[in-house]
Design a protein around this ligand. Structure first.
Ligand code: C5P
Length: 233
């Protein structure tokens, strides 16, 4: 499967998830990892605690991926996306399940201020839960939402390692695919039911690999990131 970015230097494919309790800790990690990873992911926990200041602090070390998974009426999403664009982020997540007009609104609001990544079905949602809310199984929902989001202008998608091949097939080669649940060969899987190695994820079509604990909890986070990059050749 072809990725959208076949020739980028391996370390630029790594998105480190800065899921740590304090901004100070996130900044220390960001400084340590400068140049060894491509992106810093700020999630809801850090953003809820520190807001735009977190983006400003981390952005000093490299590109920021703001993982806030917007999902609201299109006008609200467009206005929020425009404020996020002012922060100087590179990537921002929205829920594809918000519908085509909402994804279009996010793309419009962000403008040149970043790229929208659409999340299809959260991997924490089982097929039973999808049925309970009147939706078909993930195997049907994921490619359908992927197509909907890319038709609405989303340049990228977030999907689980196991969905990479089906999503790549659904949307073609030009869309940036980002996958979490990545674990170096021989490492534990933490709470991921089905983890993939970095090499497998890239072979399956991933452009960016979200890796948190294997880097952030390593004795030497920079060495851990460098080992992942070198495993990608
Ligand atoms: O520490 P770890 O590598 O498991 O971190 C993965 C990151 O990706 C976390 O920020 C987590 O919230 C996010 N994520 C995930 N699984 C999903 C969606 C997002 O692990 N299905």
């Amino acid at each position: 499967m072809r990725s959208a970015t076949p020739t980028v230097p391996p370390h630029e494919r790594i998105v480190v998830a800065l899921d740590v309790p304090t901004l100070g800790e996130a900044e220390r990690l960001a400084a340590q990892l400068r140049g060894a990873v491509g992106w810093y992911k700020i999630g809801l926990e850090v953003f809820a605690a520190h807001g735009p200041a977190a983006v400003t602090a981390i952005r000093a070390h490299g590109p920021v991926f703001l993982d806030v998974k917007l999902h609201d009426i299109p006008t609200t999403v467009e206005r929020a996306a425009a404020r996020i664009a002012d922060l100087g982020v590179g990537l921002v997540t929205v829920h594809a399940g918000g519908g085509g007009p909402m994804v279009e609104a996010a793309v419009r609001g962000l403008g040149q201020g970043g790229e929208v990544l659409a999340v299809t079905v959260l991997t924490s949602t089982s097929d039973e839960e999808l049925a309970a809310i009147g939706l078909g199984p993930a195997a049907v929902q994921v490619p359908q939402l992927a197509r909907l989001a890319t038709r609405a202008g989303a340049p990228g998608l977030v999907c689980a390692p196991r969905d990479l091949a089906a999503v790549r097939q659904a949307v073609g080669p030009g869309v940036r695919l980002v996958t979490p649940g990545v674990r170096p060969a021989g490492a534990g899987t933490d709470d991921h039911a089905r983890a993939a190695t970095p090499g497998q994820a890239v072979a399956d079509g991933a452009d960016l690999l979200v890796v948190g604990r294997p880097i952030t909890r390593a004795d030497d986070p920079r060495a851990a990131a460098e080992a992942i990059a070198s495993s990608l050749g």
